[in-house]
Write a protein that binds this ligand. Structure first.
Ligand SMILES: Nc1ncnc2c1ncn2[C@@H]1O[C@H](COP(=O)(O)OP(=O)(O)OP(=O)(O)O)[C@@H](O)[C@H]1O
Ligand SMILES: [Mg+2]
Length: 256
C-alpha cells in the first residue's frame, strides 16, 4: 500500500533521512521504532508532503505521491495523526472533527455516520462534544487527534507517537483503539518510542537509526533480537533472556 524507496530528506544541508527503504502492506499494522532524533517524524512528514524529499520515491496505492501537496495526499486517503496531537485548543471537539471532515473536500455525504463511528470508538469524545479542545486531558486530545484523522476517511493512517506523555490508562485506551482500527482493516504505520507496546500491536517492524533503517522483520523477530532488546526494550538482561512468542506472549511472561 505504501512503498518508500531511497528516501533522503535534509534540513539545511544536514541529512535527517539518508536513503530510507520501507514498505507497508495493505491491511497490516507496521511499526517504525527509533530513538529521539532518529528521523521518525521526518519520515512521516516527508511521506505526507509536509517536508520535501531531496531524493527517493514514495508510492501510495500505486501512485507516485512524492510531488503532491499535503492536501492532495490526504485526499488520496493517506492521513497523518501528528506528533503532539496538534488539536485546536479554542475549538470544541465537534469543531475539531469538522476540520478533519473539511480536509476531505466535498466528496460524499455520510457525515453523521463519520461522527458516529468516532464516538463509538471513543465514547469519551461523545460525552465531551461541546468541550473545548484545550480543556481535554492529554489522552482525550490524542483520541481527538485520531478521530479528526478518521473524519478524512483514510485508507491508511500514520500515527506519530500516539502514546507519548500519556498515563498508563490512556496508553492502554489509545492502543485498544489502534487495535480496533486494525481489526476493521485500516492500514496503519505506527511510529513509537514505546517499542514494547508498538511491537505487540504490529505484525511488521522497522528500526530507524540516525536516518537509516538499521533492521526490519516480523514484529516477533524484532522483539526477540537481542540488539533490539538491549537498545529499545529497556530492562536489560532479564528481558533478553525471555523469548517472546506471538503477540501477548506465554502466560509466565505476563507483566500484570
Ligand atoms: N525543522 C527542522 N529543521 C532542522 N532540523 C530538523 C528539523 N526537524 C528535525 N530536524 C532534525 O532532524 C533529525 C530527525 O528529527 P525527527 O524529528 O525526525 O526525529 P524523531 O525520530 O521524530 O525524534 P523524536 O522521537 O524526538 O520525535 C534530528 O536531528 C532533528 O534535530
Ligand atoms: Mg518525532
Amino acid at each position: 500500500m505504501l512503498k518508500v524507496t531511497g528516501l533522503v530528506t535534509s534540513y539545511g544541508g544536514i541529512d535527517a533521512l539518508r536513503g530510507v527503504d520501507l514498505s507497508v502492506t495493505a491491511g497490516s499494522v507496521t511499526t517504525l521504532i527509533g530513538a529521539n532524533g532518529a528521523g521518525k517524524t521526518t519520515l512521516i512528514n516527508t511521506v505526507t508532503g509536509i517536508v520535501r524529499a531531496r531524493a527517493g520515491s514514495i508510492v501510495f496505492d500505486g501512485q507516485d505521491i512524492s510531488r503532491l501537496q499535503p492536501h492532495q495526499i490526504s485526499r488520496l486517503g493517506l492521513v497523518q495523526v501528528p506528533e503532539g496531537r496538534r488539536i485546536l485548543a479554542p475549538f470544541t471537539v465537534l469543531e475539531n472533527l469538522e476540520i478533519g471532515w473539511q480536509a476531505l473536500g466535498k466528496r460524499g455525504a455520510r457525515r453523521r455516520q463519520d461522527f458516529d463511528r468516532i464516538f463509538e470508538l471513543f465514547p469519551r469524545l461523545a460525552e465531551r462534544q461541546r468541550q473545548l479542545g484545550g480543556s481535554l486531558s492529554g489522552g482525550e486530545q490524542q483520541m481527538l487527534a485520531i478521530g479528526r484523522a478518521l473524519m478524512a476517511r483514510p485508507k491508511m493512517l500514520l500515527l506519530d507517537e500516539p502514546s507519548l506523555g500519556l498515563s498508563p490508562v490512556m496508553v492502554k485506551m489509545v492502543f485498544e483503539a489502534i487495535e480496533r482500527l486494525a481489526a476493521d482493516g485500516l492500514t496503519l504505520l505506527l511510529v513509537e518510542q514505546n517499542a514494547r507496546r508498538a511491537l505487540d500491536a504490529a505484525s511488521y517492524a522497522f528500526v530507524l537509526e540516525r536516518g537509516l533503517i538499521a533492521s526490519h522483520g516480523s514484529a516477533v523477530d524484532v522483539r526477540n533480537d537481542p540488539a533490539i532488546v538491549q537498545a529499545y526494550l529497556g530492562t536489560g538482561a532479564r528481558a533478553a533472556l525471555e523469548p517472546v512468542v506471538g503477540g501477548a506472549g506465554p502466560p509466565f511472561l505476563a507483566t500484570t
